[in-house]
Design a protein around this ligand. Structure first.
Ligand code: F3S
Length: 390
């Protein structure tokens, strides 16, 4: 693996301990994946931000990085954390958790990372361009930018993305290279136009293609459909990139006539639905996986505006602080039913201390609620979920 003189000097410790540790990690990953060298990146998105997921070991790692003088050198944003920084008490979060969580965010801030705490930075402060090399963690977001924008990132882990953000470089392998962005299978999709059907489509495809690169025909996803599909495919399988005919900028670069074709219609969506629905009544409904966009908040407000809250089921609406601030009128309507939470989500928050059955309209959450939060999950269309609480 080729390193320039400048890169070798960083590896030798001439730019400080933080940069040296970062280079050691990026070079180690590059050797494992047989990278030919490093490539400059324009942005990074970091996961590993919730105290629930990284614990005291992760907190210590971040303390050490800050003590070593680590600073990011490109636009870098942060994934959701374990609580709303202002409204954590409404989430049944303990003070001890809140103190440690706030320290984690503070440490990321000291390294120059924007503490946006959202998994949809591509609708706000971090929008890569076609052809940009980036280093993104967060499986839904990195698949979105590869597929819907045509930026280039591998499926980075939290420490790898942080190291790349510090260096402004990542190892040049995998989805950074044209030859690895080829579709591996064609998906003929025959589904309706609701968001939930797109989520189930992602689930059904993820279950079938594992880590492949599907090439879709028959759909025209916008931002919301693209994000829910990306999330579901990454959770049900390990898809880091997909093509959609007429949508993905690179889709027309490839001849797919020799690829296997998989048909996904009503029967396959029903299989996917049955796989992730394990309960019919819930204590919590959590929307916003990935984080709700402005359009989704307006649509939910339309559904709820003439309704009253009924029953004991709690409801959380998860989004970014920026979008919550932008939708002040709609947020007032939603708040009659439950908190509109920023910075966090139902999966990275410690909900298992309070709830055991959770409803969602996201197949990604439907996969992770049982495994990461000890929940039985109900995964339904948003219209059906709203009937539970209104
Ligand atoms: Fe985002 Fe949490 Fe879902 S980080 S994609 S809302 S699991």
């Amino acid at each position: 693996m080729h390193l320039t003189n400048e890169e070798q000097a960083i590896l030798d410790g001439e730019s400080g301990e933080g940069a040296q540790k970062a280079m050691e990690l990026v070079v180690a990953l590059g050797k494992i994946y047989r990278a030919d060298g490093l490539v400059d990146i324009t942005s990074a998105h970091l996961s590993g931000a919730s105290y629930k997921t990284i614990g005291d070991g992760g907190l210590k790692y971040l303390e050490d990085m800050v003590a070593g003088g680590a600073k990011v050198s490109v636009n870098s944003t942060l994934n959701p954390i374990g609580m709303d920084r202002e409204r954590w008490a409404e989430m049944h979060i303990s003070e001890d958790f809140a103190v440690k969580q706030n320290r984690i965010v503070e440490l990321y801030g000291k390294m120059g990372i924007r503490t946006t705490c959202s998994c949809t930075p591509y609708v706000g402060p971090n929008v890569p361009k076609l052809g940009d090399h980036v280093a993104w963690a967060e499986s839904s977001a990195l698949s979105y930018v590869n597929s819907m924008i045509g930026a280039r990132t591998n499926r980075e882990g939290g420490p790898g993305a942080l190291a790349a953000a510090i260096l402004g470089k990542t190892a040049n392998y995998g989805l950074h290279k044209d030859e690895n962005r080829r579709p591996t299978v064609v998906i003929e999709a025959d589904i309706g136009d609701t968001l939930f059907e797109h989520s189930l489509l992602g689930q059904a495809v993820g279950m079938r293609v594992g880590g492949g690169i599907p090439y879709y025909r028959g759909i025209r996803p916008g931002i919301e459909e693209g994000k829910t599909m990306a999330a579901a495919m990454a959770a049900a399988g390990a898809v880091a990139m997909f093509h959609v005919e007429g949508v993905t900028p690179e889709a027309s670069n490839y001849d797919v006539s020799d690829l296997d074709v998989i048909h996904i219609g009503k029967d396959e969506l029903k299989d996917a639905y049955e796989k992730i629905n394990t309960v019919d009544d819930v204590e919590l409904i959590a929307l916003g996986c990935p984080h709700l966009t402005e359009k989704e908040i307006r649509e939910i407000a339309m559904l709820l505006k003439d309704k009253e809250k009924k029953g004991d089921t709690e409801i959380w609406f998860c989004t970014s602080k920026e979008i919550r601030d932008r939708c002040a009128d709609e947020v007032k309507i939603l708040e009659r039913f439950g908190p509109v939470l920023a910075d966090t989500c139902m999966v990275v928050a410690p909900i298992e201390g309070t709830f055991s059955r959770t409803g969602t309209n996201s197949c990604k959450a439907g996969n992770y609620l049982p495994t990461l939060c000890s929940q039985k999950a109900m995964c339904r269309d948003i219209v059906d979920l709203m009937k539970v609480i209104s």
